[in-house]
Design a protein around this ligand. Structure first.
Ligand SMILES: CC(C)(COP(=O)(O)OP(=O)(O)OC[C@H]1O[C@@H](n2cnc3c(N)ncnc32)[C@H](O)[C@@H]1OP(=O)(O)O)[C@@H](O)C(=O)NCCC(=O)NCCS
Length: 333
């Protein structure tokens, strides 16, 4: 049997829209019955970024990808595969990955999207890793890109305060060194709980269940309280399982936990229950809110650029969201 390759994390990049939207905008501009104090204390979010006119998942994703390719020391023509995770594609067809491929000037290579909501980036990371591990491709570009502000209901204070736009990307490369890079990925889903987070499309057959005011087909709908409970439970399980995986892989430990940036209270509850050290957790949701599939790669890129983690460290990436889906990845940098 052919020897499987290691999957090195060779570069990272991100792109955030320039427009900063502080909590006050929801009261002062949108006239919502909320407050900066409520949003900060119940979510940890102070501000988020909104895409400007002309900015899309593809344009933000292409900029994040350019930064990742540059940090990998490669050129767009070196890329053999593009996998883009998004629930806010520019178009249903072609895929956002195709638009990014063209924007970057890549060769004719496989390029496709993955929809696994806030777990999307880790699903895409798993797919990209497996293409590399088997030797099918040498360099894979994995992207999470979202413009959630195009699908949220700005009259629903329960959800619209939570989300922001942005994109993050990584370049994965095959290596003969097997004890580095993407070490272990775990993916899960439970479609039976699909109603907790929904983004209906133009081909949704009937309005989703829910009170009349949220039956608008074009908007995201969440059951925040139920998602909160699901997220804490799954995050605790993922951390505990990853600690076992890390021991079995002979790792010295996990230097940094990079969770999906959803709500500070969810992260706090999960690390308290699991006993994971709070000072090893990377959080930037105060500045960007929840950017769904983009949240983990944006935080990973920031952690590397700011020295929160360095070459040789093992980071644990954890995400959960619509589907329902939940996922983790142990990555040695
Ligand atoms: C949405 C979320 C912030 C709400 O926080 P919470 O502590 O669970 O709050 P609750 O839903 O229990 O609501 C408490 C009260 O605050 C109110 N409230 C909700 N949003 C509010 C806002 N923006 N401003 C002021 N009050 C608000 C509710 O109406 C409720 O009022 P009531 O007690 O009079 O009914 C939290 O549940 C969450 O982050 N959930 C996960 C989010 C999610 O689904 N993300 C997407 C997938 S990853």
């Amino acid at each position: 049997m052919t020897q499987l390759l290691g999957v090195a994390l060779r570069g990272t990049g991100s792109c955030l829209p320039a427009r900063v939207v502080p909590n006050e905008e929801f009261t002062d501009v949108l006239n919502l019955d909320t407050s900066d104090e409520w949003i900060r204390t119940r979510t940890g979010i102070r501000e988020r970024r909104f895409a400007g006119l002309g900015e899309t998942s593809a344009s933000l994703g292409a900029n994040a990808a350019r930064n990742a390719i540059e940090s990998a020391g490669l050129n767009p023509e070196d890329i053999d595969l593009i996998v883009c995770a998004t629930v806010t594609p520019d178009l249903m067809c072609p895929a956002t990955a195709n638009l990014i491929q063209t924007a970057l000037g890549c060769r004719p290579i496989p390029a496709f999207d993955i929809a696994a909501a806030c777990s999307g980036f880790l699903y895409a990371l798993s797919v990209g890793s497996q293409f590399i591990r088997t030797g099918a491709v040498r360099h894979a570009l994995v992207i999470g890109a979202e413009v959630l502000t195009r699908i949220i209901d700005f009259t629903d204070r329960n959800s619209c305060i939570l989300f922001g736009d942005g994109a993050g990307a990584v370049v994965l490369s095959g290596t003969q060194v097997v004890n580095t890079g993407v070490r272990k990925v775990r993916l899960y889903s439970d479609g039976a709980r699909q109603e907790l987070i929904q983004v209906p499309s133009r081909v949704t057959p009937v309005p989703p269940p829910g009170p009349p005011q949220v039956q608008r087909l074009e908007h995201m709908r969440i059951s925040g309280r139920e998602v909160f409970r699901f997220a804490v439970t799954r995050m605790v399980e993922l951390i505990e399982q990853a600690e076992i995986d890390a021991r079995e892989l002979g790792l010295n430990g996990i230097e940094v936990l990079i969770p999906h940036q959803v709500n500070q209270r969810i992260i706090d509850a999960a690390i308290e229950t699991s006993g994971f050290p709070a000072d090893k957790v990377m959080v930037n949701l105060d500045r960007y809110g929840n950017t769904s599939a983009a949240s983990v790669p944006i935080a990973l890129d920031e952690a590397l650029r700011t020295g929160r983690c360095k070459a040789g460290d093992t980071v644990l990436l954890v995400a959960f969201g619509g589907g329902l889906t939940w996922s983790s990845a142990l990555v040695t940098l």
